[in-house]
Write a protein that binds this ligand. Structure first.
Ligand code: ADP
Length: 541
């Protein structure tokens, strides 16, 4: 017997129309230099209609890819809705990637139009000769700066002025592409991921569930994660669906900028990679802000250290919401929110659980598989490769013959090594390539890093595998002291801190002090660079 329901396609059109009808008075704020630009959902949705008409006039058709090269701001949000709702495909490009990778991505996606923030014009001018498919450029401002070498080029505001706000939104199929992103390509060229309307719609509901982040109309949400990093974790779609106030930091993402914005705009939720929040936590040691409006800081993309979760809670009463995901999973996968009875646990155990990556949200399932292809038990100890399947997980990469190796029996292979405990809490032990393989044992670089970062004098720490004649590999700890302890922190103190916590064989063979941990284009620890830096480094015997 079949269910007898309407054929209601889960697309972004009703999301946009809902926002227009129900939340016209709600605000969108963008930090632009020293000033704040603000307008309403009514203005935003009107401009989205104008933009769709303008794009159509420029020749954009259903299925065409439209790229952006921009920070988090309100014009970027307008493009986020105009492009998919007219049936074209939104493609935000990671502007921090090296030029050759950007050109590869834009050519592989066959982007037709490229939107660019005025401040990023020089970078795009340099790239333009290598962009084979881009037919027009649009500068996201009032006018095209004099002397630009881009051609043909239009000013965003001119296009909007001359276009009608009414656009006949087409009835799309929920499985049509809405957007695409590329992974940051730590090995080989970046891989393309194409998101359907349906996936983004369901993912928005996933983000809104009380046991994930419970986003609501009452929130004032500041997405710090860039709109070119997995579509700002798809937060712009969920917040517009619900009518939340939005606060965009523009290119201003230093801890002080963020603290000021939270305070001024009464931000209730924010999201970004751990490095940002480590910086904020450090700032709060010396400067005072009223951040009491904040009900949660969503942290993902890399492990939220125990010390950070504890530090925010104990010193400032702020809650880190730790989550795991990937470009390939739109990205919401797991969230570390304690179950009711876990709230009875001693405080330290609660922090330890919250430092795990958490349980899968409804809509996705996880398992961990050993090297022989067998599922490992949920005992919190056995290591396995994390695999995931669900309503917003990809089924293949875009035009890429590397797809086959990433799937097993309908599950996506993440390349993360994890444990899962009896409560279903997943913990990332490492990325496969970052594990330290020492004499047949696996040492988790992330567990060691976490422990080192809980030392009060340490700002950041990254652990890498060094080749070893007897053990094959041994860990080297690269440590960044907090500025006040730059000259005084000793190796001995780090070892004393680790000894009670680990078996001798898990201790790093050496500790080196560095100025900063190199970061990837999306702000994660870049161990590839660190490994190159310490190539040939002589470890103590
Ligand atoms: P890239 O890091 O290549 O830019 P993604 O942004 O898609 O690509 O990153 C996905 C990866 O980031 C995951 O496979 C995992 O290794 C890591 N990651 C994401 N969230 C967490 C987390 N909360 N803790 C630890 N690692 C995480």
């Amino acid at each position: 017997m079949q269910g007898q329901m309407m054929d209601y396609q889960l697309t972004l059109r009703p999301v946009l129309e809902r926002a227009k009808r129900l939340f016209p008075r709600k605000e969108i704020v963008t930090k632009a230099g020293p000033s704040l630009e603000r307008y309403t959902y009514e203005q935003m949705t009107e401009r989205v209609g104008r933009l769709a008409n303008a794009l159509e006039k420029l020749g954009i058709r259903r299925g065409d890819r439209v790229a952006t090269f921009a920070w988090n701001n309100s014009r970027h949000l307008e493009i986020y809705f105009a492009v998919p709702c007219m049936g074209a495909v939104l493609h935000p490009i990671n502007l921090r990637l090296p030029g050759d990778q950007i050109a590869f991505i834009a050519n592989h996606a066959e982007d037709q139009v490229l939107f660019v923030d005025p401040s990023l014009l020089p970078a795009v001018e340099k790239l333009a000769p290598y962009l084979k498919s881009v037919k027009q450029f649009i500068v996201m401002g009032d006018k095209v700066p004099d002397g630009t070498t881009l051609s043909p080029v239009h000013a965003y505001e001119d296009l909007l002025k001359n276009a009608s706000p009414d656009y006949p939104w087409p009835n799309l199929d929920e499985n049509e592409a809405a957007a695409m992103c590329y992974t940051s390509g730590t090995t080989g060229n970046p891989k393309g991921v194409v998101y359907s309307h349906r996936a983004i719609y369901l993912h928005s509901l996933g983000l809104s569930m009380a046991d994930s982040f419970g986003i609501s109309e009452r929130d004032s949400f500041m997405p710090v994660v860039p709109m070119f990093h997995v579509l700002a974790w798809c937060i712009p779609f969920a917040t517009v669906m619900l009518g939340s106030k939005l606060v965009f930091p523009g290119p201003h993402m230093q801890p002080r900028d963020l603290a000021e914005l939270i305070q001024a705009e009464q931000v209730t939720l924010t999201a970004g990679v751990p490095t940002l929040w480590m910086g904020l936590l450090h700032l709060l040691e010396n400067e005072r802000y009223d951040l009491s409006s904040l009900r949660g800081m969503i942290v993902g993309g890399a492990a939220a250290p125990y010390a950070m979760i504890e530090g925010f809670k104990k010193k400032h009463g702020l809650d880190v919401m730790h989550a795991w995901g990937m470009t390939e999973t739109t990205p919401l996968g797991t969230v570390s929110r304690l179950k009711s009875y876990q709230l009875e646990l001693p405080e330290a155990e609660q922090f330890a659980l919250r430092a795990k990556q958490g349980i899968p949200v409804p809509g996705v399932e996880i398992r961990a598989m050993d090297e022989g292809g067998k599922e490992v038990p949920w005992d919190g100890k056995s290591f396995g490769e994390l695999q995931i399947r669900g309503a917003w997980v990809i089924s293949s990469y875009y035009n890429d013959d590397r797809s086959a190796e990433s799937f097993q029996d309908g599950w996506f292979r993440t390349g993360d090594v994890v444990t899962i405990d009896s409560e279903g809490f997943m913990q990332i032990v490492d990325r496969t390539k970052d594990l330290v393989k020492s004499g047949g044992e696996w040492i988790s670089s992330q567990v060691l890093e976490n422990a080192i970062m809980s030392h009060p004098k340490v700002l950041e720490a990254a652990v890498i595998a060094m080749p070893h004649p007897k053990w094959q590999e041994r860990p080297l700890a690269c440590v960044v002291p907090k500025p006040d302890f730059k000259d005084s922190l000793t190796k001995q103190e780090i070892f004393e801190h680790l000894k009670p916590r680990f078996d001798k064989m898990y201790l790093p063979d050496d500790v080196v002090f560095i100025e900063a941990v190199p970061k990837t284009s999306v702000g994660k620890f870049d161990k590839k660079v660190l490994r190159a830096q310490f190539k040939g480094y002589k470890m103590p015997e």
